[in-house]
Write a protein that binds this ligand. Structure first.
Ligand code: SF4
Ligand code: SF4
Length: 538
């Protein structure tokens, strides 16, 4: 096993149990700067080593990447190489140009490394340098597809053995990146290692039929079969909305009828259905605000109309396109003027950017983010607030897909500054903010020991940002502290992170969406909408 700083690119084919150990992690700020404040990594089991690819870093992200029998190994490699060729074919039209540029023009300046939170979390572990996986792909490409590589091999950098272990390690490595594209933002040449990582995931899914269970069979496939990635059916959704109406009445005294399948409404509001299950107070808060502002809106209960997630954008173009088309179709059937995406970052990007490039003409429906609409309601005083009701420290997480990818930076800040007197920014923030660590599917990938990678490595920088944002208040257990994360996926990662570090139980740090904070401060509702546990650990 190499020391994490000594790892060489050509080690990717090395016959060893483990390429690197994650044996060094970035220290956390107070009060997590002492020994014993976080659990150790779960030990890799022998049975896992036999079945999965544990020879990268001991983490298993791709639980369907199962070691084949020896005669099947060659077929596996062959299929991968076929898939690689397809990435460079005209049919890969949306990605061909940025992929080719990224493959050909990198000058190895490493500016991107300093931008990557995973590289930073692991104290500069070579394996997680953003260009490490790109370089491995370049070597494979050179070996099979360039004249120089075929003739001169190692003399021109095509110096690795391509076998099951090499390719499987690359597949695992494609799931050690959040696709947050913070690295791409800093590259002086505009090259995009996040996009390239997704292209590797595509080969695995589209050519080899390999993708993490929670993204594919329990994600995209389930969504296409049942209408929702969570498996919530139409009947369950309708039940859920009825409970939500009762809950709203109990909490606020308001009797609200949530509009469903209203024809020709101005807005079809779509949520990540994870909200209905894990955080129903979020869609309920949207209903309260939209009704109070008198918007002409509806939810949909039709197949593919009530879940805005599209996990395909993390790993598979075909799945992404199928889902996007059916979501647009559901909106068209209702005859709405526009789709408005609730607090889900990847759904923003999937519907507003990716779907726009995957669908054509009549299939399209205009898509907007909820955030500028909410700010407009605040700015024009269609909603009025008593900020004193949010009298606790609040910090704001910037979901990568909303902020860095779509440039929606100010509306959510303007709202928070209006309704939260204790607001403080994270450092850095806005387009420079770091990923929550749950991006690209990590928040929902729960197989085997992958949660360890998320909680200890990919969310580490975010956790540290949260601790630093609350400054002196962080250790004061009497003060409620709120991390506002206007994205379902980010909330999932932050929920798990706070539980892993027992930060709610020990230090009164909570998390939630933006609309909940808005309803909590509405001047027309007397009771608090947000309630916080008052039982802390001794
Ligand atoms: S910043 Fe750009 S050019 Fe420099 S190493 Fe990274 S990808 Fe290559
Ligand atoms: S996309 Fe994000 S996680 Fe992936 S290499 Fe770049 S900075 Fe790191």
């Amino acid at each position: 096993m190499s020391k994490q700083l000594d790892l060489q690119l050509k080690d990717i084919d090395k016959k060893t149990d483990r390429l690197v150990e994650i044996d060094s992690l970035m220290p956390l700020s107070a009060p997590y700067d002492k020994e014993g404040m976080e659990p150790d990594f779960v030990k890799v089991k022998d049975a896992w080593k036999e079945k999965y690819c544990t020879s990268l870093d001991g983490i298993i992200g791709v639980d369907t990447l199962v070691r084949p029998s020896t005669p099947e190994e060659d077929k596996f490699v062959h299929k991968f190489i076929n898939g690689l060729a397809k990435l460079f074919a005209d049919s890969n039209k949306n990605f061909l140009q940025p992929l080719t540029l990224t493959m050909e023009y990198c000058v190895k300046c490493n500016t991107c490394s300093e931008a990557c939170h995973i590289y930073k979390s692991t104290n500069q572990n070579e394996l997680y340098r953003p260009i490490f996986r790109s370089e491995v792909l370049r070597k494979i490409y050179k070996k099979y597809f360039t004249r120089g590589g075929k003739l001169l091999g190692k003399f021109v950098g095509a110096d690795i053995d391509i076998n099951w272990e090499t390719i499987a390690r690359l597949g695992e490595l494609a799931y050690r990146c959040n696709l947050c594209r913070r690295c791409a933002q800093t590259c002086p040449l505009g090259l995009d290692n996040g996009m390239l990582t997704r292209e590797i995931r595509k080969i695995f899914s589209q050519e080899l039929g390999i993708a993490p269970t929670f993204l594919h069979s329990k994600g995209s496939v389930r969504q296409l079969e049942t209408g929702s990635s969570t498996g919530i059916t139409k009947a369950a959704l309708l039940d859920n909305l009825e409970f939500m109406e009762e809950d709203i009445e109990e909490k606020t005294g308001r009797k609200i009828k949530i509009p469903i399948d209203k024809k020709s409404a101005d807005i079809l509001l779509t949520h990540n259905t994870g909200e209905f299950m894990a955080w129903p107070e979020n869609p309920a808060a949207f209903a309260i605000l939209f009704e109070e502002a008198g918007l002409n809106w509806t939810l949909s209960s039709s197949m593919m109309g009530y879940d805005n997630v599209n996990y395909g954008i993390w790993y598979d173009d075909n799945m992404a396109q199928k889902i996007a088309l059916q979501q647009f179709q559901a909106a068209k059937e209702l005859g709405v003027r526009r789709i408005v995406i609730g607090e889900c970052g990847h759904a923003h990007k999937a519907a507003a950017i990716s779907a726009d490039r995957m669908t054509y003409g009549e299939n399209k429906v205009p898509v907007e983010s909820c955030l500028p609409i909410l700010w407009e309601l605040v700015r024009t005083k269609r909603l009025t607030f008593n900020p004193a009701k949010n009298n606790f420290p609040v910090t704001l997480h910037d979901p990568c897909n909303v902020v860095r990818q779509m440039g929606i930076v100010q509306p959510q800040r303007n709202i928070i500054k209006t309704i939260c007197p204790g607001f403080r920014e994270m450092t850095p923030h806005g387009v420079d903010n770091y990923c929550c660590g749950g991006g690209s599917g990590f928040a929902i990938m729960q197989s085997l020991n992958f949660a360890d990678f998320r909680n200890k490595v990919s969310t580490r920088v975010k956790f540290d940002q949260i601790l630093r944002a609350f400054g002196d208040d962080v250790g004061n257990r009497d003060i409620v502290k709120y991390v506002c994360a206007p994205c379902s996926n980010c909330k999932g990662a932050i929920r798990d992170m706070l539980a892993y570090y027992q930060a709610t139980d020990k230090f009164n740090i909570h998390y939630g969406g933006l609309v909940e904070l808005m309803v909590n401060a509405l001047s027309t509702i007397d009771k608090p909408y947000l309630t916080f546990t008052d039982e802390l650990m001794p």
